[in-house]
Design a protein. Structure first.
Length: 276
C-alpha cells in the first residue's frame, strides 16, 4: 500500500483524532489543524515529522488560506483534504442568539468552503486529489431543534456536490460523509445548546435539550467509522456520499423517500407552468 499525505482540520478530537491516529499508525503523513494548544502533543512526540501541526480557527478565512498554502509548500503533494472541523448547535431557531447563528454558519459552512477553495489550486496543479467533507445524516434529513445545524450541513453538501462537478475534469474527486450518532466527545465537549424559551417546553424542539445526556450512548463506533472514511479515499471513482451507521441509513433513506413522495405527484402541475 502506497502511503499518502492527508490534510485534516480539527485533529484534536472526534473523527479527526481517530483518523489521524489510524493514518499515522499505518505509515501515512498527516497535516493536522487544532484549536487547543497541546492537544496532540502525544502524537507529535510519537510520530515526529510525519505529523505536521498548525493552529487554525477555520472562521479566520485569511488564516485558512495561509495554513493550507504552507502545508502544501512544506509537505509537497497532499493527496487527501479532509474538512472535519465543526460543532453542533441545537435549539429552536428563535431560542438562538445572533452570535450563535453567525458562529455556526461561519464554522460549519464558510470555514469548510474556505478550506476547499484554498486547496483547489494546489490539487489542480498536482493533477488531482481527493476532498472528504465530514457532514452528517442531518445534511439530508432534519430533526426538531436543529435548524441552524442543518442549515450549515445542507449548505456545505450543496457546495461540495456542485464543486465536485466543476473540478472533475482536473482529476479532483469529492466525498460527503454522512455519519449517524457516534461515541465521540462531539455531543459533550463542543455542542452548544440554546437558552430555552418556555414556549417550546412541550414541543418536539425541546428534545434536543437532553442531547448531552450520557446515559443514552449513540450507536456508532468512531474507530470503525474513521476506518471506513479512510478506506473511501482508495475507492475509484470516489463515492459522492458515504453513509455511516444504521441510524444514518434509516434517517437518510426515509427522508429521501418522503421527499420524492411529496414531489412526484406534482409532475403535471410543474409542467403546467411551462411556456406554451
Amino acid at each position: 500500500m502506497t502511503s499518502k499525505t492527508w490534510f485534516i482540520t480539527g485533529v484534536n478530537s472526534g473523527f479527526g483524532r481517530q483518523m489521524t491516529e489510524q493514518l499515522l499508525s499505518r505509515g501515512d503523513r498527516v497535516a493536522g489543524t487544532i484549536r487547543r494548544a497541546g492537544s496532540v502533543d502525544d502524537l507529535k512526540q510519537k510520530y515526529g515529522e510525519r505529523f505536521w501541526v498548525a493552529d487554525l480557527d477555520v472562521t479566520d478565512l485569511t488564516g485558512v488560506r495561509t495554513t493550507v498554502d504552507r502545508a502544501f509548500a512544506e509537505l509537497g503533494r497532499i493527496d487527501v483534504v479532509v474538512n472535519n472541523a465543526g460543532y453542533g448547535l441545537f435549539g429552536a431557531a428563535e431560542e438562538l442568539t445572533d452570535e450563535q447563528v453567525i458562529g455556526q454558519i461561519n464554522t460549519n459552512l464558510l470555514g469548510s468552503i474556505a478550506v476547499v477553495r484554498a486547496a483547489l489550486p494546489h490539487l489542480r496543479a498536482q493533477g488531482g486529489g481527493r476532498v472528504i467533507q465530514i457532514s452528517t445524516y442531518g445534511g439530508q434529513a432534519t430533526n426538531p431543534g436543529a435548524s441552524l445545524y442543518h442549515a450549515g450541513k445542507w449548505g456545505i453538501e450543496g457546495f461540495i456536490e456542485g464543486t465536485a462537478r466543476d473540478v472533475a475534469p482536473f482529476g479532483i474527486e469529492m466525498t460527503i460523509v454522512e455519519p449517524g450518532g457516534a461515541r465521540t466527545e462531539f455531543r459533550f465537549d463542543s455542542l452548544q445548546l440554546a437558552t430555552p424559551l418556555a414556549a417550546y417546553d412541550n414541543t418536539p424542539a425541546a428534545m434536543v435539550r437532553g442531547a448531552k445526556d450520557r446515559s443514552r450512548p449513540p450507536l456508532g463506533d468512531p474507530a470503525k467509522m474513521a476506518a471506513r472514511i479512510i478506506d473511501s479515499a482508495a475507492q475509484s471513482p470516489a463515492p459522492l456520499r458515504l453513509v455511516l451507521g444504521s441510524d444514518a441509513y434509516k434517517f437518510v433513506t426515509t427522508a429521501l423517500r418522503e421527499r420524492l413522495a411529496q414531489i412526484e405527484p406534482q409532475e403535471a402541475l410543474a409542467a403546467s407552468t411551462d411556456a406554451g
